[in-house]
Design a protein around this ligand. Structure first.
Ligand code: HEM
Ligand code: FES
Length: 440
């Protein structure tokens, strides 16, 4: 009999034959969703686990793993599942559950007890007329609404490589670029997040908030500049902090959206760092912000000029994967109807397989903001598909079934642009998977 891996949080035990498999290989073989953004390369750290028992049964840390442990100051119980190979029983807990959580990992790389200067984009988003809404609604409804608001509007921040920094009353603050990235990328991420937040609010008003007859409006201000990042506070309670003038200015820019009756305002520093051929700018204001001597040039952001692949995918993903089991069922029914001969390749229970697939699709949309990791992950996925018996000529069938499923599930919640975006994204995914699997 083989040894056992016990997944503590989901109370599941799987057997394996000791050999060269990593903990991550064992999760995948048993259809246990386990994030692995870089495909097992030892660099993204999303596969990390806490080993609750059986540390002695794991292979020593690899060079990659040692580097991550030291930079992130992990305690010895944390291991990278893609690097650790078990030789006996191990009990573990997966530490990162959703792609959205991945961004929080950036906070680990902020200095402790002091702050360092970093060039970042800062986004403030506020609910209009919140005070009057609060006085006209029950506290319970307000709490319900705030939770919905924070969730729906937080996603675009996370999907664009940002961190949800703080909630202050009815305000949500996102920061972009705390661990690097070019000024242009950080500004573009913040802009896409701002536009995504507008889509998300619109969809929230049409769905969840419709029943309680509340319609929310928001104002968004975005600024770029050098701020101080670190973990500050009492030694027993240090907090991730972002401080500096660019943060205060971002808040004031948001405030200006009321007086100017605009949805999104960006500062001139964001404007300068953007590829201005990409965005549509509306009115331009030269406004004096409170507490500032000189007036600041502000630009009204309308949207992207051309279809933005990531924004389209992000805005449709939550609706599409709202019922993941139903999505996977429709998809596999279509695949097996189009190509009955591939049915035999699937050994696992199809509900589990469906969960892995939708988990992966969601992960792909999130990881598009970190393309280097995504490419590594897809290369590994392509190679593992060769082992599953998948031939290059099966991919078009899977693509066709996926597009038909997306079209059917989104129903009226799509435009031709949405389907174009998924077509391009699937081409990218499939090309990357195939390039690393069948090249020679
Ligand atoms: C868009 C491209 C595709 C994506 C994103 C994708 C995704 C996945 C994922 C996430 C898994 C779980 C295991 C793992 O992580 O290695 C998987 C397994 C699998 N996929 Fe795919 N896949 C794609 C294309 C295909 C194609 C073209 C076929 C051919 C019919 C196929 C057949 C399989 C099979 C047979 C398994 C293993 C199932 C089992 O062990 O029971 N996939 N796929
Ligand atoms: S570090 Fe393990 S999958 Fe990226």
């Amino acid at each position: 009999m083989g040894s056992k891996i016990t997944y503590s949080a989901i109370n599941r035990q799987v057997e394996f034959n000791t050999g060269s498999n990593t903990l991550l290989d064992i999760s995948i073989a048993n259809s246990i969703p386990h994030l692995h953004e870089c495909g097992g390369g030892g660099v993204c750290t999303t596969c990390r686990v806490r080993v609750l028992d059986g540390t002695q049964n794991l292979s020593p840390k690899t060079e990659f793993e040692n580097a991550s442990c030291q930079t992130r100051k992990w305690d010895p119980s944390i291991r990278l599942a893609c690097q650790a190979r078990p030789k006996g029983d191990v009990t573990l807990q997966r530490l990162i559950w959703s792609s959205g959580e991945v961004n929080n990992l950036q906070k680990e790389l902020a200095p402790n007890g002091r702050a360092e200067e970093r060039p970042i984009a800062i986004l403030f988003c506020d609910i209009r007329n919140f005070t009057s809404l609060s006085s006209h609604n029950l506290n319970f409804d307000i709490a319900y609404m705030l939770n919905k608001f924070y969730t729906a509007l937080g996603e675009p921040i996370l999907m664009n490589n940002g961190i949800i920094y703080q909630y202050v009353g009815d305000e949500i603050i996102g920061v972009f670029g705390t661990t690097g990235g070019t000024a242009q990328k950080n500004c573009e991420d913040a802009i896409r997040a701002g536009l995504g937040m507008q889509y998300a609010l619109d969809s929230l008003n049409r769905t969840d908030l419709k029943d309680i007859e509340i319609k929310l409006k928001s104002g968004i201000g975005i600024n770029f500049g050098t701020a101080f990042i670190g973990h500050l506070g009492h030694p027993t309670h240090k907090q991730f902090s972002v401080i500096g003038d660019p943060v205060n200015v971002a808040s004031r820019i948001q405030n200006e959206t009321k007086a100017t009756n605009t949805n999104i305002l960006i500062s001139d520093t964001v404007f300068e760092h953007m590829d201005n051929d990409k965005v549509v700018i509306g009115r331009n204001f030269l406004n004096k912000l409170s507490g500032k001597d000189d007036p600041l040039n502000l630009y009204e952001l309308i949207g992207f000029k051309n279809m933005d692949l990531q924004l389209e995918l992000q805005s449709s993903m939550n609706i599409m994967l709202n019922d993941e089991v139903a999505f996977a069922k429709i998809f596999y029914d279509k695949v097996f109807k189009l190509a009955p001969f591939v049915r035999a390749l699937f050994r696992n229970n199809m509900t589990d397989q469906g969960r892995l697939l939708t988990h992966m699709l969601g992960g792909i949309v999130y990881s598009l903001s970190r393309p280097a990791h995504l490419k590594k992950g897809l290369a590994k996925l392509g190679k593992s598909h060769v082992q599953y018996g998948v031939k290059a000529e099966y991919y078009p069938v899977v693509k066709q079934a996926m597009i038909e499923t997306i079209d059917e599930v989104l129903g009226d919640n799509k435009s031709p642009k949405t389907i174009d975006a998924w077509n391009s994204a699937l081409d990218f995914v499939i090309d990357t998977m195939k390039a690393h699997a069948y090249s020679q």
